[in-house]
Each structure stands twice: as C-alpha cells, then as structure tokens.
Design a protein. Structure first.
Length: 256
C-alpha cells in the first residue's frame, strides 16, 4: 500500500537512454545544478523533505503543481486493470514530476519517494507566468518535457526488444550514467528498488532479475558489496553496454 499523499547491435541498438534531468549535458548544455539554481532564483519554490514511501501526489488528484526533485529518488506508479501496482518511471535529481496532469487537469499516476530527499513544489500557473517573463525558464520547461518523452520511448524499446539479461544490464547502465551526469559516483551504486520492483519496471519476474544479476556477476561485469545485494559495484559502466551488445549479437552460423 502506498502512503497517503503528503499535504500541500550493429544496427541501432535499442537501449534505455539515461535521463539528463532538467539541466544539460557535457556537450555544452546547461548543467542540472545550474538549472536548479535558475529555478530557485526565479520561482522561489516551496521546499519539502520527503521520506521513503511518501507520496507527493496520487492518481485522480486535481493537478495544480509541478515538482522538481532536488535530491533523492522517486518511482512513478500506475495501477493495472487488476489492481496491481506497476512501476512506469524513475526520477532522479533534477527531474520533473507531474507533467501527466497538465492535459486532463488530474494526475494519472502516483509519485512515491524511494528514500529521503527534497522536492521543490512549483505552482503551474506561477510557472507559466514566470516563463512569460523569463524565456530561459520556458526553454528549461520544454527541455524537461522533451527528455521525458524521449526517455519513455527508449524505455519502451528496451522492454520490447532486449532479452532479459540485456534488459537488466541496460537498466544498471542507465542508473549509473544518470548518476554520473549529476556528478555522483558510479563505481558503486545503491539500488533504491527491490528485485521485485526492478522486475516490475522491466517487465520481468523477480527470478529472472536475480538470474540476470548473477550472470552479470559471473561475467565480472558487476559485483556486490553487501550480502543483501543492494549495493552494486560497477568497475566499468562501458562493460554493461558491451554486455548488451553481446546479447544482441547473432549466433555464429553452424559450420557446414
């Protein structure tokens, strides 16, 4: 149960592309930190501390605010037709939450914190007014929307086209690269999701996720720092991409 809402391959290889958050990457685009600074200066958002399990909005609630993740991790959850929770998105520092509520006027999913962090609450009406006065804010808003669309597409491609082991490897690559783009360490990462949640997100069973992680460990692509296996050692993020490529490579033809 979710907590109650807090008040107020040779060809192109389909992979889950790492989100860059609301900032821009090392190709000359604005960094996440710089963008957060701009938002803080121009909007003066309400800051709110959240803890694991806290829900900042739920499906069906009236839309009014957008949320920007300053620290911590969030999962976006929908309910399937049979009432099961389905993880449909992950959010990292600098990511926006709540875009799904703009068109209909109501949020269509739940946003749930996976650990302690801080979110910034921004009134949508106030944001629009600020964008009219500060074009740089409008560019930031459009960039955030564009990245979310692109990431949703890449996630779907991964689930639909990658074999199970490659899907897990690509998920770890995505997580590590997303942290790297935010200046965080990637040689050892702490997964904020259970094996069951990872499987739910990737369209796999818990057992399939465990087998994939074990294979990655046997191949020395990853290691586990703790017995609980939530701390994952990644000596070389590029090795995860190479693993995905190997999984997609065609099997050698039988000798005649």
């Amino acid at each position: 149960m979710l907590n109650a809402a807090i008040p107020s391959t040779n060809a192109a290889v389909p992979t889950v592309q790492a989100q860059v958050g609301i900032g821009r990457d090392c190709t000359g685009q604005q960094s996440t930190a710089d963008t957060l600074k701009l938002l803080c200066e121009q909007l003066r958002p309400q800051r709110r501390v959240v803890h694991a399990g806290d829900t900042i909005y739920q499906a069906g609630e009236r839309f009014g605010n957008l949320y920007i993740l300053n620290s911590g991790f969030f999962k976006i959850v929908n309910l399937s037709a049979d009432g099961r929770e389905q993880v449909v998105g992950l959010k990292f520092r600098g990511d926006w939450l709540g875009f799904d509520g703009i068109a209909s006027g109501r949020y269509s999913c739940d946003a749930v914190a996976m650990d302690t962090g801080e979110i910034w609450v921004v009134s949508y009406e106030a944001l629009l007014a600020a964008c009219a006065a500060h074009p740089a804010l409008l560019q930031v808003l459009h960039a955030a929307m564009s990245r979310e669309i692109a990431h949703d597409r890449d996630s779907l491609m991964s689930v639909c086209t990658l074999p199970a082991d490659a899907r897990v490897a690509d998920f770890l690559r995505y997580w590590a690269e997303t942290l790297a783009e935010r200046g965080m360490r990637t040689d050892e990462i702490t997964l904020r999701m259970t094996r069951a949640e990872i499987g739910n997100y990737l369209g796999m069973t818990l057992e399939s996720v465990s087998r994939a992680l074990s294979r990655l460990a046997r191949d020395n692509v990853i290691g586990f720092a703790t017995k609980g296996r939530r701390d994952v050692q990644i000596p070389d993020v590029g090795a995860l991409s190479a693993f995905v490529q190997r999984c997609l490579a065609p099997a050698p033809a039988m000798l005649q």
